[in-house]
Design a protein around this ligand. Structure first.
Ligand SMILES: [Zn+2]
Length: 256
């Protein structure tokens, strides 16, 4: 039987969850229709025909019925690939899972967003090809802030909108402030100018055109701290994948 409502779509699998005894719910970020949850009947039965099409870190072309609301259906996988390096490396796996969790939290379901579809696709490709996952993650975190309703101004001064030589980050003003403004916020973050430089760079960089960014270990830690502070205090997300990532990094520090 041919499902006449079935159409081809491009998707990146961002979430899987077992459902009832044999079924699964999988969420795809589709290029055509934004994020959508699919009901996959029999996904946990042995010999399920689409088993490799819905593995974690799958992407490609699929056919299915994309519904406006409620659950959508997949009929078949077309040209489906996997981010193999990410699947095989628990560390890369952790970063990629967190990026997909951020996208899921930041964007509404069922609303097409080709810009962020492309960004996620490039980001996962970069991580899969050995580009520094921490940097890609920082870029995502900073560029997603406006979608969480937090729009720090990383271009100019949040107070006077002018260009300054020296900046700091102010949670009070929700962005960078120039040194002339330092007196207005005694709780400013006291960031060094190298960290500021990367915050500004990461807010502006086009992830689909990126080729090489290197950041030293100390600056990476400072970026992690300031972004965590912004997310904890202004965004208030509580993703399991982020907790896992933090734990993984603390084990790594202990092992080194
Ligand atoms: Zn200013």
């Amino acid at each position: 039987m041919v499902n006449t409502k079935s159409k081809p779509f491009h998707g990146i699998l961002i979430y899987r969850k077992n459902y009832r005894e044999n079924d699964m719910l999988v969420k795809f970020f589709t290029a055509e229709a934004g994020k959508k949850m699919f009901f996959v009947r029999g996904a946990n039965r042995p010999k399920f025909k689409m088993i490799s099409d819905i593995l974690p870190f799958s992407y490609g072309t699929y056919e299915g019925e994309l519904r406006g609301n409620g659950l959508s259906y997949i009929d078949s996988g077309g040209s489906v690939k996997h981010f193999d390096q990410i699947s095989e490396d628990i560390y890369l796996n952790g970063y990629a899972t967190y990026l997909m969790g951020l996208i899921d939290a930041a964007l509404p379901d069922n609303v097409p967003n080709k810009i962020w579809f492309d960004k996620l696709f490039y980001a996962l490709n970069l991580i899969n090809n050995g580009f520094d996952a921490e940097i890609i993650t920082n870029i995502f975190e900073i560029q997603l802030l406006p979608l969480f309703g937090v729009a720090p101004d990383f271009k100019n001064c949040t107070v006077c909108h002018e260009e300054h030589q020296i900046y700091d980050y102010s949670e009070k003003f929700g962005g960078l402030i120039g040194e002339q403004e330092f007196a207005h916020d005694s709780h400013r973050m006291h960031l060094d100018q190298r960290t500021i430089y990367y915050l500004r760079l990461f807010s502006a960089v086009d992830i689909t055109k990126i080729n090489n960014i290197k950041v030293n270990r100390v600056t990476k830690q400072k970026l992690r701290q300031v972004i965590d502070k912004i997310y904890d205090n202004s965004v208030g997300l509580n993703l399991k994948s982020k907790k896992f990532l933090d734990q993984m990094n603390s084990w790594k520090i202990k092992l080194n």
